[in-house]
Design a protein around this ligand. Structure first.
Ligand SMILES: [Zn+2]
Length: 94
């Protein structure tokens, strides 16, 4: 299914931030990992990286993560721990 991974040398990437004029702020990364998903390369620059097409999550090594509903069950990690690192999505306390 998934899994084609590529690495590249250092390059500038869009950091996702914008300066006061709305211009994209680029950041230099020494190397990058991307994983192919839905015929597109998903850049793995963070703790979790989500395919914009299907919503599959990948870690920064390009490995596919379990669905978020399963997080914490096998690894012993709490969702709070994960969210400390990546707070890009909402979590409702159970
Ligand atoms: Zn996908």
């Amino acid at each position: 299914m998934s899994g084609e991974i590529r690495h590249s040398g250092g390059e500038y990437v869009d950091s996702g931030l914008r300066d006061v004029n709305g211009k994209p702020i680029e950041k230099w990364v020494r190397s990058s990992t991307e994983v192919k998903c839905c015929d597109e390369w998903v850049y793995c620059g963070g703790f979790t990286n989500t395919c914009p097409s299907c919503g599959t999550d990948y870690n920064m090594s390009g490995q596919q993560l379990a669905p978020r509903s399963q997080w914490g069950e096998d690894t012993g990690e709490s969702l709070a721990d994960i969210l400390d690192i990546d707070s890009g999505w909402e979590y409702e306390n159970r």
